[in-house]
Design a protein around this ligand. Structure first.
Ligand code: GDP
Length: 596
């Protein structure tokens, strides 16, 4: 049957194009907010860091009502770094709303999610937002969107999509620019008319595929998914099966079941085909699990969650200055927090190492891990991290494979030469170059993830803060060979007794320190490019002996005593930055122990 009283739709938008405002407005107009009750919290993007970085990591659900229909609105991750998630989320819906800024136009960063939606045969509603902006150019933007859809091989049916003109800020949408704007009704109506109702067999055995996991301190793990077939009820016994591991079955009883309602969830006693439900009380529920009737446990296939591509070591900060920046500093704190993150983030992997003070954390791209690092620091965790390293694979013939990314870049024209040069040095291949509507240059690179490590800082400096870079994982590809590029910076020397450690200080990376060969260091200074000592607090820090560098022993390096400023050429003579460990304290404070 078709559930005519339900619509499941995902929303796709580039950062700042108005997704949150639009959903808030739909909520308000659907009558969820009682009079005089201000919108306290924005519906989506509640995570500070997501906002700052302009990406949405966790998928969140909202439900609005229009007439007799419940519309489940599902947020899509704005970034493709967190592999597999997009597809799983899109499998819950029958259509998408693409929100595009009427001035900025379609942004290449939404391509990845949109392409997935088209591949899954979803219907698209295009919502040209911010038509109230004086610079709005809706007609051109519509052409751009159609072009993008064609580029992405949309079907004829998908190309024949409805376009709406909206001002989410003023709370209205129209189907024709000549129509008088009133409210969001035209958008609600379009959703009802154009997005197919979910279908399934209510008399068949229960099948609920868990697409996302939420976590709540009080109830623990919460599985979220759509009822594909049958009915799910409280007290029902179900079997949990996973398509990728069909022999492992587990019987559980459903204790708590919810549906989304406005910003929150309401408990329900049962839910039928097409409903999106949340289930708590099952502690080891995982993404990709299907909850089935015990008599016919038939798991629904899903895309395997992609493996991490990059790893970093998270370490206890054991310097004398430890504890100044955070309240959680012990390895027990660190371990507990990292493993807790696994509850909600399936793309993450955390492993113990030989040392109790150090954990290997692997994720999808540098950005993924840096979001985690920042979140933890904000929560009061103090720890040190190593430089990111990529995780290689070998293919069937034993050839080395490395993770690749697509980098989308917007820069004022005068910087495009520098950016192209920098990325070419890092084995990036320019795939496309175009002029954006605001006169900036848009570049698209295919590049090894390796080449992007530490690049953001350098990019910001090189473009004087005027550039935008977005990256998306693009699978594994053949190893591209050594990357050799020159880091601008100056050599620094740390003295301790008669031992000296050298490192490369790179202003480009906003103070990244690469520590070279050496022993224990107790005190020191950073010598600036012009030979002037700059303030820095230096803690005890042990550097590891390097192998595969041109000077493979600490002894050799120490021949360069006494500490002095070396030219970049001299520095590069004995520092191979790829082999070095990186410290990135925002305050230039070294708080790190590099483990042997
Ligand atoms: P999101 O990142 O896609 O969730 O975008 P937001 O909803 O946070 O909106 C980004 C900015 O655009 C905010 O400052 C909004 O107030 C503004 N905005 C959203 N919709 C409109 C609109 O229809 N017109 C105008 N002028 N501004 C809008």
């Amino acid at each position: 049957i078709k559930r005519e009283d339900v619509r499941n739709v995902a929303i796709i938008a580039h950062v700042d194009h108005g997704k949150t405002t639009l959903v808030d407005e739909l909520l308000k107009q659907s009558g969820v907010f009682r009079e005089n009750q201000e919108v306290q919290e924005r519906v989506m993007d509640s995570n500070d860091i997501e906002r700052e970085r302009g990406i949405t990591i966790l998928s969140k659900n909202t439900a609005v009502y229009y007439k007799d229909t419940k519309i489940n609105i599902i947020d899509t991750p704005g970034h493709a770094d967190f592999g597999g998630e997009v597809e799983r989320v899109l499998k819950m819906v029958n259509g998408v709303i693409l929100v595009v800024d009427a001035f900025e136009g379609a942004m290449p960063q939404t391509k990845f999610v949109l392409k997935k939606a088209l591949e899954l045969d979803l219907h698209v509603i295009v919502c040209i937002n911010k038509i109230d902006r004086p610079e709005a150019r809706p007609d051109e933007v519509i052409d751009e969107v159609l072009e993008l859809l064609m580029d992405l091989d949309a079907s004829d049916e998908q190309l024949d999509c409805p376009f709406l003109y909206a001002s989410a800020k003023r709370g209205h949408a129209v189907l024709d620019l000549n129509d008088a704007p009133h409210n969001m009704e035209p958008l609600f109506e379009t959703i009802l008319k154009y997005i197919p109702a979910p279908e399934g067999d209510p008399d068949a055995g229960t099948q609920v595929l868990i697409s996302t996991i939420d976590y709540n301190e009080y109830v623990g793990r919460i599985g979220v998914g759509k009822v594909d077939n049958g009915i799910i009820s409280v007290n029902q016994e179900v079997v949990i099966v996973n398509h990728h591991d069909p022999d492992k079955k587990k019987k559980v009883k459903i204790s708590k079941l919810y549906e989304f309602d406005g910003l929150s969830k309401t408990e329900v006693s049962s839910a039928s085909v097409g409903s999106i439900v949340a289930i708590s009380g099952i502690s080891d529920i995982h993404i990709g699990d299907t909850l089935c009737s015990p008599d016919n446990p038939d798991p629904i296939p899903f895309q395997k969650i992609s493996e991490p591509t990059i790893a970093m070591h998270f370490m206890v900060n054991d310097s004398p200055l430890a504890g100044q920046e955070g309240k959680y500093v012990t390895s027990r704190h660190l371990r507990e927090r990292l493993f807790r993150e696994l509850n909600t983030d399936v793309s993450l992997r955390v492993e113990d190492t030989d040392t109790t003070e150090c954990f290997k954390v692997s994720g999808r791209g540098e950005l993924h891990l840096s979001v985690l690092i920042e979140n933890m620091r904000r929560e009061g965790y103090e720890f040190a991290v190593s430089k990111a390293e990529v995780l290689y694979h070998t293919d069937e013939r034993g050839k080395l494979q490395e993770p690749m990314e697509i980098a989308y870049i917007d820069v004022p024209e005068e910087f495009s030469g520098t950016v192209i040069q920098k990325l070419s040095e890092r084995k990036g291949e320019l795939q496309g170059m175009s002029l954006a509507s605001d006169g900036s240059t848009r570049l698209e690179f295919h590049i090894p993830s390796r080449g992007l490590i530490g690049f953001r800082g350098e990019f910001m400096t090189a473009t004087k803060g005027n550039g935008i870079i977005n990256t998306a994982f693009d699978g594994y590809g053949p190893y591209k060979g050594d990357i050799q590029y020159r880091k601008q910076g100056s050599l620094i020397a740390f003295e301790s007794g008669d031992a000296v450690t050298y490192g490369l200080f790179s202003a480009q990376d906003r103070g990244t320190l690469f520590i070279g060969p050496g022993e224990k260091v107790y005190a020191g200074m950073v010598i600036g490019q012009n030979g002037k000592a700059e303030d820095i607090e230096l803690n005890v820090c042990k550097t590891k002996h390097l192998t595969n560098t041109r000077s493979s022993s600490a002894d050799e390096a120490l021949k360069l005593t006494p500490p002095r400023v070396l030219s970049l050429e001299q520095a590069l003579e004995f520092i191979d930055s790829d082999e070095l460990l990186e410290i990135t304290p925002a305050s230039l404070r070294i708080r790190k122990k590099i483990l042997d």
